[in-house]
Every structure is written in structure tokens, then in C-alpha cells.
Write a new protein. Structure first.
Length: 240
């Protein structure tokens, strides 16, 4: 599938339709996500149809295109949120562990129960602050003047409802995080604890450090393509 077709496929399969009664995963409430695979643990709203194998494959292709910029944006954001530059505090923010007060809503509580690591980071550090995918030729022609996907930040962040709504391109962000930051949390925390005390913490310096570590530690440019297990939609990966 060519890249332009890939982005077109994401647009078709990933855009939420108007709210309507939906039976996805056996859930009869309007547009609420319920199921056993990972997608159902990351979102509250899922419209029209349940995720397909083709959606999974498209998300994987997107992840392969944007893994390095996703890693850089997440690491740069998280290093600024750590309580201190100790390895433990940096590991804590990279692991994304957080406690959530039960709401009594089954779908919301299920999502929050799994909201840690990249299940949390792709939303909080990317989608919720306006990051999305655009064709590179439209937003970064000096980097890549073609129709491949580029990570781009919109000045207007989306609504919380939009953040919590399943779209295939968002799964691409999740897998890009999982295949880089998620796999190398301990190593990233150790490297950051060593390098951050000598960094001036300007935006440019933090961006440079994040980019360096995503390539050297998180190996964002070198990774084996994950495959989807036949059992409950889980993901299996192997290191090169």
C-alpha cells in the first residue's frame, strides 16, 4: 500500500461518525467501547465498527514512519515533568503510573485501569496537546516533500471526547511509543539521570537530548515489525 493510500485509509477507517446506537463488542450504550483487545482499553468511544486486522496493519505502518518523532516528543515532554533528575523519579514518569478515582462508569474505569505507560503517554503527551498526522509535503516539505505521514502539532488541542475516541492514526502513535519509549524505559531513565544535570534545560537542549536518546537508547530507527497474536489481540515483539 502506498503512503498516500495509507493516509486515505486512516481517514476513512479512523474518523468517528455521528453518535449512534452501536453494538461494538456487545456494548449497547451509544458509541461506548467494550471488548477484550488493547484498543478497547485505550478509548471510551468507538463508532461504526470494531477495529479490524487491516486497521492494525495500517497502524503498524504509520508507527514505522513516525516512531522517531513520536519518541522525541514524548521523551522531551516527560523529562520536564519529572519531580527530580534522579533515576527513580525519571523512571516513574516514563512508566506513567498513576492512580485514578473510580467513576462508577464501567468503560471509563476500564480505560483508566490500563492508563499507564504508552497507553497514557500517546494521549497525554501527543493527542491531548494537539499532535496529529499530516502529509509531510503540507507541513514539513524541507524534511520530506511527499505524501508520507509527519507528526504535526495543531495550535488548537482537541476536546476530551475526541482524545478518548478510537481512530486508527492514534493507534499509530501508540505503537510508535510502545516500540521505542515503552521498550526502553529503564535505559532511558538511566541515561536521562546521567545527562540532564549537565543540560541547560532550554527547549532546544531538551529537544536535542531527547532526539539523541531516542536514536541511541530507544532504537527508534531499528526495530522488528510486531505481529498480532491470535489470542485477544495482544501484541508480541522481538528485539533485533
Amino acid at each position: 500500500m502506498c503512503t498516500l493510500t495509507l493516509l486515505a485509509a486512516l481517514a476513512v477507517s479512523g474518523v468517528a461518525a455521528p453518535l449512534k446506537t452501536n453494538l461494538v463488542g456487545g456494548e449497547t450504550r451509544q458509541g461506548m467501547a467494550a471488548g477484550q483487545s488493547g484498543e478497547y482499553f485505550r478509548y471510551k468511544h468507538l463508532y461504526e465498527k470494531k477495529p479490524t486486522e487491516a486497521d492494525f496493519e495500517n497502524a503498524q505502518k504509520v508507527a514505522g514512519e513516525i516512531r522517531c518523532p513520536v519518541c522525541k516528543a514524548i521523551v522531551e515532554s516527560l523529562m520536564k515533568k519529572a519531580k527530580s533528575f534522579s533515576e527513580d523519579d525519571l523512571a516513574d514518569v516514563l512508566e506513567g503510573n498513576a492512580d485514578y478515582v473510580p467513576t462508577g462508569d464501567r468503560v471509563t474505569d476500564q480505560m483508566n485501569k490500563h492508563r499507564k505507560g504508552c497507553n497514557k503517554h500517546f494521549k497525554d503527551e501527543l493527542v491531548a496537546v494537539g499532535y496529529m498526522l499530516r502529509q509531510c509535503k503540507d507541513v514539513a516539505p524541507d524534511f520530506k516533500n511527499d505524501s508520507s505521514p509527519c507528526l504535526w502539532k495543531n495550535a488548537d488541542p482537541p476536546s476530551q471526547h475526541s482524545v478518548d475516541t478510537y481512530e486508527v492514526w492514534k493507534e499509530g502513535l501508540f505503537y510508535a511509543c510502545e516500540q521505542s519509549v515503552g521498550r526502553h524505559t529503564d535505559e532511558l531513565a538511566e541515561a536521562l539521570a546521567e545527562k540532564l544535570p549537565g543540560t541547560d534545560l532550554s527547549d532546544a537542549s531538551c529537544a536535542k537530548l531527547a532526539d539523541e536518546l531516542c536514536h541511541s537508547i530507544a532504537r527508534c530507527e531499528s526495530i522488528e515489525k510486531p505481529r498480532k497474536s491470535q489470542k485477544k489481540g495482544t501484541i508480541k515483539n522481538k528485539e533485533l
